[in-house]
Write a protein that binds this ligand. Structure first.
Ligand code: FES
Ligand code: FE2
Length: 377
């Protein structure tokens, strides 16, 4: 399908009410032209979640992140601030570091140009005969980076609205959880064979929980009681609430949690920060995905979880607790992988036609409107 036709259908879909809405045209998931447009107008313009600030808690702690083709170093400076720099040497463009660690400076593995934690070039051997060499002009490129409630967001768009402004209506709802104090228990990178939007949409709708997740998360609450947060038509986020049953083994506040009161003690919020940061914020834990497309049918996923501080502090055996939580979430991931890779294959099939949405898929329709706002002229 031509890209103009896909965008015209997306625009028409965005203009419809939820009760009249279907899933987006399948070309949205399969067209390389749509992906190129998304790379430019969505991933090149919006905020991406690079992980959690407590992953680099001490001065000198760093970790790497890929923003599409742009490699990034996230580092905690001596002053305690988190900064992001291009992970690209100013000499002949070698990436400086991989993975995560702690460093007092970054030395390029190619010819040993060395940069401080602030990104400034501090040493470069055998450059004394080069007249166009000026250390001051050769700092690592700065990338915009903001911390919001413990999350690290980065963008290549100098004009993007500050994260705290963009998410202000969400902040008043979620700040009671104190998620910036939750402690990260793991972070992993995965590749799934699906379009990135299949994953965003899957995460946002609870309709599949009693079916695809009947063995895991589906058992602990009544999805038809889920409610949606107030997000306006121009907002680049969506969220919903779900309340756990009294006997649910996870998702309820620890007795030592003095931040949450009443029904909040068994209520989780599920925010999605468009385009691709989704998380479950529960009274006792959180878990998240941050996505980036790597081709029409390939998605890179940063997947991680954190536990509320009182949950960690009261554990007799914190390693066993972490292993148990991770095993549970991994099982949920396996269930989701099966369906999101399945629906991508479905979208590739000639006879597939996108069908009507349930009211439980309200956020999917909000997401279609977001896509229409950013992709259609
Ligand atoms: S490319 Fe980094 S020192 Fe040469
Ligand atoms: Fe799921």
């Amino acid at each position: 399908m031509a890209v103009e036709r896909i965008l015209a259908e997306l625009k028409a879909l965005g203009a419809r009410q939820l009760a009249e809405a279907t899933a987006p045209p399948k070309g949205m998931y399969t067209s390389p032209d749509i992906l190129a447009l998304e790379q430019e107008r969505i991933f090149g313009a919006g905020w991406l979640c690079a992980g959690r600030a407590d992953e680099i808690a001490r001065p000198g702690d760093y970790m790497t992140f890929e923003m599409g083709p742009q490699p990034v170093i996230l580092v905690r400076g001596k002053d305690g601030a988190v900064r992001a720099h291009a992970n690209t040497c100013r000499h002949r463009m070698m990436p400086l570091v991989e993975g995560k660690g702690n460093a007092s400076r970054f030395t390029c593995p190619y010819h040993a140009w060395t940069y401080g934690l602030d990104g400034g070039l501090v040493a470069a051997p055998h450059m004394d005969r080069t007249s166009c060499f000026d250390k001051k002009e050769l700092s690592l490129a700065v990338i915009r980076c903001e911390i919001y409630q413990g999350w690290i967001y980065v963008t290549l768009n100098g004009g993007a609205r500050p994260v705290a402004d963009m998410l202000a209506p969400l902040t008043s709802v979620i700040e009671r959880y104190g998620q910036e104090h939750y402690r990260t228990i793991f972070t992993e990178e995965h590749v799934w064979y699906t379009n990135w939007k299949c994953l965003t949409e899957n995460f946002m709708e609870s309709y599949h929980l009693p079916v695809a997740h009947r063995e895991t998360v589906g058992a602990n609450f009544t999805v038809s009681e889920n409610t949606f947060g107030e997000a306006g038509d121009e907002d680049d986020f969506a969220f919903q609430f779900f309340t756990k049953t009294e006997g649910a083994p996870v998702g309820r506040a620890h007795p030592a949690n003095d931040r949450l009161e009443g029904d909040w003690r068994r209520t989780s919020v599920m925010p999605t920060v468009f385009p691709s940061h989704m998380y479950v914020l529960a009274p006792d834990h959180l878990w998240y995905l941050s996505l980036q497309p790597d081709g029409v049918g390939r998605t890179r996923i940063r997947y991680g979880a954190a536990l509320a501080p009182e949950v960690m502090d009261s554990a007799d055996d914190s390693l066993a607790l972490i292993a148990e939580k991770k095993a549970f979430l991994d099982k949920v991931q396996v269930e989701d992988k099966h369906v999101v890779e399945g629906i991508f294959n479905g979208a590739m099939s000639p006879l597939a036609v996108p069908g009507p949405l349930s009211w439980m898929e309200q956020e999917n329709h909000q997401f279609a409107r977001y896509l229409a706002r950013h992709l259609c002229d």
